[in-house]
Design a protein around this ligand. Structure first.
Ligand code: KG4
Ligand code: ZN
Length: 337
């Protein structure tokens, strides 16, 4: 079955086609980053309008590049939440209308389930059960994954998500939006001289808190002479603190669950230092670790096509309602039948 996947939850329009036997047939992505960077962050109304402009041309492009036609499609998967309501509605209403016109089922996909399953698109996909660390701009989640739709929340951020802390710290350092990747490149030229805290690691539990790191960064910036070298040193110290904190919590989650497999996904999993720190921990713990390829760490249509295909194969689908939920807990998705 060919499944068309549509992602429009924030500032990226992603479209892909996945086949349950042949794998990923094609995918394309349009990023709105240049448009939003002028404003220092995502402007929701502009995001929705741009998704409207780009979505249908991208669907046509993916079909053409995959040498497929609309009547080859067996289902349509779309991101139904969490995300910006206007942006979600563009994807949801387009997907629902096409599914109705093409007389095929449509399935609503949770954006973080898409991220969670992105490593399944790689050559040696992890087998369930496993522990997953999802680190994106809006979420920081530690999850025990038993099966498609069977997700037990082990821990989450009580305040800022990791990506949000990266973006806000980058802004303080005078880097543009979105700052995560820029902060990471700057950190390469720095030495982690400042001793940042490793929040909530001195007490039991698997929750996170990153807003204190951001404040610590601000105080350190204010106390420095703000030279380029100072900025790079602060970026390196911040990044180290985030990587160590994530590593300590993942190790704890693996020990508590007794599982020997760790999946790391979401935009921040593109960070090379975080990848290296978590890989080192996993090697020491003799745990297998899986990441998506770099282009599927951040938002994309391929992960939505994959997740939707798995759910359609389980016999799930949406009725004619246009289903969009800006806030949607991951453990509240439909459970596998
Ligand atoms: O998953 P994603 O594309 O969108 C959301 O679902 O939020 O994640 C975007 C987040 C942004 O906060 C961005 O700054 C961060 O991922 N990010 C990074 C890197 N690449 C993207 N953060 C740190 N290092 C990176 N290399
Ligand atoms: Zn995302």
């Amino acid at each position: 079955m060919y499944v068309l996947g549509i992602e429009t939850s924030c500032d990226e329009t992603g479209v892909a086609i996945y086949h349950d036997q042949f794998g990923l047939m094609g995918h394309c992505l349009y990023s709105q980053v240049d448009m939003h960077s002028e404003y220092g962050g995502v402007v929701p109304e502009l995001a929705s309008r741009d998704h409207i402009r780009k979505l249908v041309p991208l669907i046509k492009q993916v079909l053409q590049e995959s040498y497929l036609k609309s009547n080859d499609m067996g289902g349509i998967a779309y991101t139904a939440g969490p995300g910006l309501m206007g942006a979600l509605l563009v994807g949801a209403s387009t997907a629902r209308s096409l599914a109705w016109a093409w007389q095929i089922p449509a399935i609503a996909v949770h954006h973080m389930e898409g991220h969670l399953l992105a490593p399944m698109l790689e050559k040696n996909p992890p087998e369930m059960p496993f522990v997953a660390l999802l680190i994106s701009g809006g979420h920081t989640l530690l999850i025990q994954v038993e099966n498609i739709g069977s997700y037990r929340l082990l821990g989450e951020s009580l305040d800022d998500a990791v990506g949000e802390a990266f973006d806000k710290t980058a802004k303080m350092l005078g880097l543009g939006y979105p700052g995560g990747a820029k902060l990471s490149s700057l950190a390469k030229q720095g030495q982690p001289k400042h001793k940042f805290p490793r929040p909530m690691t001195d007490r039991p539990g698997l929750d996170f808190s990153f807003s204190g790191l951001k404040t610590f960064a601000l105080n350190t910036i204010n106390a420095s002479e703000n030279t380029e070298q100072d900025k790079a040193d602060i970026a390196a110290a911040f990044q180290n603190a985030v990587a160590d904190t994530l590593s300590i919590k993942c190790k704890r989650a693996l020990q508590q669950s007794g599982l020997k497999k760790l999946v790391v996904a979401g935009g921040v999993s593109a960070n090379q230092h975080i990848r290296a720190t978590l890989t080192e921990m996993a090697n020491k713990e003799q745990v297998a670790i899986h990441f998506p390829r770099l282009e599927f760490c951040t938002d994309n249509g391929a992960m939505i096509a994959y997740a939707g295909c798995q759910r359609l194969l389980l016999g799930q689908q949406q009725d004619l309602e246009i289903f969009a939920r800006p806030r949607w807990p991951i453990n509240d998705t439909l459970t596998a039948s």
